[in-house]
Design a protein around this ligand. Structure first.
Ligand SMILES: [Zn+2]
Length: 480
C-alpha cells in the first residue's frame, strides 16, 4: 500500500524555485496574523457578541474592513476544514479532505484499498496530483518567521494546511512527521502530542503515544534545535529565555474546551489569548529580522457545535475574540495585517422573539401578531410555544444530536423535551440545543462566512470574496 506522497517533477521544480521567487519582499505589511474560527459562521459570531456584551456590544474581531467569503470546496457545496484552510493558505480550490495538494488530487488517492478492504475508486492519484506551496513556505523562503497556535491537535486540518501536503487529512502520523522534517516553523503550539510519540507504554514519560512506526518525534525535534514544552510553564519559560525555535504540545489530543480549561484553576493551561501573546513575543524577536506570519486557530468552536452544545461553542468563540483583542494590543497596525475569518459555518440560527435583555442561550418569547403575550401578568411576555405546546430556545440547530429527549436511549424516537420545563437548565453548558434532524454529529454549513481585517493591505478585504482570494490578499500584503 502506497501512503506517502512522492513529488512529481512539476512539484519539485516549484518547491526549488520558491526561494528565488520570494527573495525580495516589497508588500506594505511586515507581519501578518491570520485568525481562523473553525465553524465560526456569522450567526455564531452574533450569538457570541450577545452572550458576552448584549445585542449592541462589540467584539474585538469586528475590524473595519469586512467581506463575505464563499467557502465551497472543489467537490462539496458544504466544505470540510482541510479544503478551506488549503484555499486560504495556497489560493487553490481543492477536494474536501485533502491538504496542500493540487486541485486534481482526490482524497486518499494514494491508498489502494479503503479501510474495509474494498477497492478505492480514487486510486491511483492522477498525473496532476502534486503538492502546492503554502503561504508559510513562501514566507519561510523570503526569510520570514512562521508560527502557528491552535486549540486542536496541531496535526488537525487547519494548522496542518500551513505546513503539510497529504491526500488525506486523517493521516496525522505522517502529517506530524512532515511538521518535524520539513515545516521549518519557529513557533508551534497546540495539542496532538500522541502523534509525536510511539505507541509503546512506559517510554513516553507518562504521555499517551499513538505512532505505529516507533519514532519519538519530540526527541527528533530537540535534535533539530527545537525547545519542546509539554506544559504551560515550560512553554512560557522557553519564550522568556529566548529559545530560537519552540514547539509546545500541551495535550495528548485536543486542548481542553475553554470552559474546562478555566475549571482547572491553578493548573489551567494558558488561554488562547495567552498563547497568542507568547507567539507574538517569540516571533517579534526572530533573529532573522524578516517579519513574521502567524496562524491562530480557535479550532474547537466547531467541535462544540458538532454536538449542538451552543454555550460551549460561544465560549470558544469568545476565547478566540480575546486572542484577537490581545494581538491588537501587542502589534502595530502600521506594519501588521490582522485578518479574522472562519473556514465554514455551523447550522445554528437565532430565532424566536427574545427580549433584548434576555440571555441568548435562553428561551424564546411568546408573540401573537405584533403583540407580546403576558397571560400571567408578570410584566414580561410568556415563553413561546410550538404547535406541540412545548417551548423553544432562541438558538436552534438544523441538525445534530440535540433532537428529541436527550436522556432517552434512542433520542430520535422519543418525543422532544420541553425546554420550558428545564427552566435554567437550558443555560447549562451540558444542554444541547434542539435540532430539526437527528444526527450523531451536526454537519457543517455552506453559508458565506465573514472576513474582517485591519492594518496594511486590509482594504482589499471588501465585497464578496472567495476563500481562495484571502490567500492573494495575504500574499500581496506581505509582498511574497
Ligand atoms: Zn467540523
Amino acid at each position: 500500500m502506497q501512503t506517502r506522497w512522492v513529488p512529481g517533477r512539476a512539484g519539485l521544480l516549484l518547491l526549488m524555485l520558491l526561494p528565488l521567487l520570494g527573495a525580495d519582499r516589497s508588500g506594505p505589511a511586515r507581519n501578518a496574523i491570520l485568525f481562523v474560527g473553525d465553524g465560526m459562521g456569522v450567526a455564531v459570531v452574533t450569538a457570541a457578541r450577545i452572550h458576552a456584551h448584549g445585542p449592541a456590544g462589540r467584539l474585538a474581531m469586528e475590524l473595519p474592513h469586512v467581506a463575505l467569503v464563499r467557502t465551497f470546496s472543489r467537490d462539496r457545496m458544504v466544505p470540510d476544514s482541510a479544503s478551506t484552510a488549503t484555499a486560504m493558505l495556497t489560493g487553490q480550490k481543492v477536494h474536501s479532505g485533502t491538504l496542500g495538494m493540487s486541485p486534481e488530487t482526490r482524497r486518499s488517492c494514494s491508498v489502494e484499498k479503503r479501510p474495509d478492504g474494498s477497492p478505492n475508486p480514487h486510486h491511483p492519484c492522477s498525473d496532476g496530483a502534486e503538492p502546492i506551496p503554502s503561504l508559510a513556505e513562501m514566507a519561510r523562503s523570503a526569510g520570514m518567521a512562521v508560527g502557528v497556535v491552535s486549540t486542536t491537535r496541531i496535526t488537525h486540518a487547519t494548522p496542518a494546511a500551513l505546513y503539510a501536503h497529504s491526500d488525506d487529512r486523517d493521516r496525522e502520523e505522517e502529517i506530524a512527521a512532515q511538521l518535524v522534517e520539513r515545516s521549518d516553523l519557529s513557533f508551534v503550539v497546540g495539542g496532538g502530542r500522541r502523534f509525536f510519540l510511539p505507541r509503546f507504554p512506559g517510554r513516553n514519560g507518562g504521555f499517551t503515544g499513538s505512532r505505529s512506526d516507533g519514532r519519538n518525534l519530540l526527541l527528533e525535534l530537540e535534535e533539530r534545535g527545537y525547545t519542546v514544552a509539554t506544559e504551560g510553564d515550560s512553554l512560557q519559560r522557553a519564550v522568556e529565555e529566548g529559545a530560537p525555535r519552540v514547539v509546545g504540545l500541551l495535550a495528548d489530543d485536543h486542548l481542553p474546551f475553554e470552559l474546562e480549561r478555566r475549571q482547572a484553576g491553578e493548573k489551567a493551561l494558558p488561554s488562547l489569548a495567552e498563547l497568542t501573546e507568547l507567539a507574538i513575543r517569540h516571533l517579534k524577536r526572530d533573529p532573522g529580522g524578516g517579519g513574521y506570519l502567524l496562524l491562530v486557530e480557535g479550532g474547537r468552536i466547531d467541535h462544540a457545535l458538532h454536538s449542538n452544545a451552543a454555550r460551549v461553542g460561544l465560549e470558544e468563540t469568545l476565547a478566540l475574540d480575546a486572542a484577537v483583542d490581545r494581538a491588537r494590543k501587542l502589534v502595530s497596525e502600521k506594519d501588521t495585517l490582522l485578518l479574522v475569518t472562519a473556514d465554514h459555518g455551523q447550522p445554528i440560527v437565532i430565532a424566536g422573539y427574545a427580549l433584548v435583555e434576555d440571555p441568548i442561550l435562553g428561551l424564546a418569547r411568546r408573540v401573537e401578531g405584533v403583540e407580546r403575550v403576558d397571560e400571567d401578568g408578570d410584566g414580561k411576555p410568556d415563553w413561546a410555544q410550538g404547535l406541540d405546546g412545548k417551548g423553544m430556545t432562541v438558538l436552534q440547530f438544523g441538525n445534530g444530536p440535540g433532537y428529541g429527549d436527550a436522556a432517552a436511549a434512542q433520542p430520535w424516537k422519543a418525543e422532544r423535551e420541553d425546554p420550558i420545563e428545564l427552566g435554567d437548565g437550558v443555560l447549562d453548558p451540558r444542554y444541547r440545543q434542539e435540532s430539526a434532524i437527528p444526527l450523531r454529529y451536526t454537519t457543517h454549513e455552506g453559508t458565506d462566512v465573514f472576513a474582517a481585517a485591519t492594518g496594511p493591505g486590509s482594504e482589499a478585504v471588501q465585497g464578496f470574496l472567495d476563500n481562495t482570494e484571502l490567500f492573494g490578499i495575504l500574499r500581496r500584503a506581505l509582498g511574497l
